[in-house]
Design a protein around this ligand. Sequence first.
Ligand code: AMP
Ligand code: GLY
Length: 419
Amino acid sequence: MKVLVIGSGAREHALCRSLSLDPSVDSLYCAPGNPGIAEIAEQRQVDVTDAAAVADLAARLGVDLVVVGPEAPLVAGCADAVRARGIACFGPSAEAARLEGSKAFAKEVMAAAGVPTARSYVCTTPEEAAAALDAFGPPYVVKDDGLAAGKGVVVTDDVEVARAHAASCERVVIEEFLDGPEVSLFAVTDGTASVALQPAQDFKRVGDGDTGPNTGGMGAYSPLPWAPDGLADDIMATVVKPTVDEMRRRGTPFAGVLYVGLALTSRGPRVIEFNCRFGDPETQVVLARLITPLSSILHASATGRLADLEPLRWRDGAAVTVVVAAENYPGTPRTGDPVEGLADAADVPDAFVLHAGTRRAEGGGVLSSGGRVLSVTATGDTLAAARDRAYEAVGRIRLTGAQHRTDIAARALKGEITL
Ligand code: AMP
Ligand code: GLY
């Protein structure tokens, strides 16, 4: 099978890594890719939000499957354009991608499908926002309605900060604060049948101890030793199936991966957000333990044959990823610095380095070019072993001003996460 992956982050590097190890994949392309991906896939240039250009590229390359990584090309209709050329595409239509593209739309679908989520108001004026903030009280949760790369959400005890964020967005969703540990579950679906990947946990805040602003994600681990038995089945039954059924009923079936972000509250799991694509950095740890060839799952989703897929197989043990971010991320990150120690980091047993914000330097080597620069991942027989290796590898990376969280998976390991 010839496969084209669209995107350029660590998630796409993880997807390409799994596909490059997949015996059914004989040609692998990535557009636009990054210097890490270039080592395992042929790189092509494309504007990922230009749906026609992506479809042209897929047709020119003669690929059997296109895998769209990020949300922006999905919301821009990439999957529709590729499918219109008769090429299988993993990822939802633009209509279905609204589950991520508009938080208000996601809330409406959840309400229609009876999916448990935070109570919320959609507000378009400062007066409406003030009333909604008063109705819920602190901590305040204010979400920009549109796509914001994980940074459109403000959770704060300060009503002035909450009001200011609401005022800076055209349309906001203000909702009830959900208490309890967070879980990310990826459900691959073909619009009718769905299959759960293993749950993971992400670390959204930039600083240790969940301090500082929200980011795209600073690290992840999987599986979750503290999760209740049957958690994935429960979420499939109460969240994924009703949502997938509702989207089909509306005539806009959702095929691809439905990313369910949840809080496990004292009243049960509640959806925090839907995304229409794999999570980053959770994908890095989920795929690290997947034995089933990835192409078989993605192709079955893209061609409506997921019901025929054998149960997924997983490696025992655990995986941990730690994001190495540039100085000043998630503000305006410092870029253009040499990233060194990549080979030394990859020498740590069972560790590997996935690239995100990197670019090739003129004289060879790699420079930082974005906020999240690398996603350093490791597996191990135990969560402790995976974590130790990931941090040993992180310790070998040299990048001026780099920052990373030192507490990824730490509370899980100490048994401090309780429901
Ligand atoms: P989102 O982009 O919707 O995933 O929000 C980013 C992060 O904000 C989530 O991962 C949570 O940590 C936090 N968050 C969002 N909504 C809520 C909520 N209703 N209650 C508590 N925390 C939330
Ligand atoms: N890790 C959070 C996200 O991908 O949105």
